[in-house]
Design a binder for this molecule. Structure first.
Ligand code: KIV
Length: 271
């Protein structure tokens, strides 16, 4: 089969495709995955982006935070996901302390790309020097602002960020700085919908929201939350897509369609 006759579910999406989706106003759908079976289901449902999130520390490993997750854990799960995926753009998290200097970050990002088979890495916070260094090495970077789960021991609890004008201004400034440093995608977690709308409008790069309202360029959820199989309480911003679905495939397709049609998230899932 050559590239012209290939089925569109097998042509891999690139970061350019995601940028074009933003430009034409098409919402980007994203789910987390950690293994081959769910990766294949998500790919077949037409989801645009799979995030191998360090949330696997909670939903797969049973920890109370993402902090115990190692780079080797991430590489293992990234490889499981990549092998079963054909079309979705795959991103993996750099876990806690795996990007404490630019050189350490590049070494661990290279493992995720070469051994894990992912197309992009994601890191938390405005780590501008590290982002610049990774991009110089040819490593595509997704930023992550708002609620930063790897800072849980500094934050004390998982709560909405950017509620004061000062915090909102700082997050907007950091988003612009990450874009200028070369990040080509941004995840915004748990921020007021108005702030996420502002940031999505001002940035050229696509903004994928989780608990960040409907005006982001795309949406991501933790798979186990939207399938209602997480061992911890489902966060307010997530939705049980198994509720009216007859199978896991149906639930994933319903999520994909709800994102594309801007039916998810609604006000009740936003801050
Ligand atoms: O680890 C993860 O699943 C994430 C999402 C919550 C965005 O980073």
């Amino acid at each position: 089969m050559n590239s012209i006759t290939q089925d569109c579910t097998t042509i891999p999406l690139s970061i350019t495709d995601l940028h074009l989706m933003k430009q034409r106003g098409e919402k980007i759908s994203c789910l987390t995955a950690y293994d081959a079976s769910f990766s294949a289901l998500i790919n077949n449902a037409g989801i645009d982006v799979i995030l191998v999130g360090d949330s696997l520390g909670m939903v797969i490993q049973g920890h109370t935070s993402t902090l115990p997750v190692t780079t080797n854990d991430m590489v293992y799960h990234a490889r499981c996901v990549s092998q079963a995926n054909q079309r979705a753009f795959v991103i993996a998290d750099l876990p806690f302390m795996s990007y404490s200097t630019p050189v350490i970050a590049a070494k661990n990002a290279a493992k995720l790309i070469q051994q894990g088979g992912v197309q992009m890495i994601k890191l938390e916070g405005a780590r501008l020097e590290t982002v610049r260094f990774l991009v110089e090495q040819g490593i595509p970077v997704c930023g992550h602002l708002g609620l930063l789960p790897q800072l849980i021991n500094q934050l004390g609890c998982y709560q909405v960020q950017g509620k004061t004008p000062e915090d909102a201004e700082r997050i907007l400034a950091e988003a612009m700085q990450l874009q200028d440093a070369g990040a080509t995608l941004l995840v915004l977690e748990c921020v007021p919908a108005t702030l996420a709308k502002d940031i999505s409008k001002q940035l050229r790069i696509p903004v994928i929201g989780i608990g960040a309202g409907v005006h982001c360029d795309g949406q991501v959820l933790v798979l186990y939350d939207m399938l209602n199989i997480s061992i911890s309480k489902r966060p307010r911003f997530s939705k049980n897509f198994m509720h009216n679905a007859s199978s896991i495939e149906d639930a994933i397709i319903a999520y994909h369609q709800a994102v594309k049609q801007t039916l998810f998230p609604s006000i009740e899932h936003s801050f």
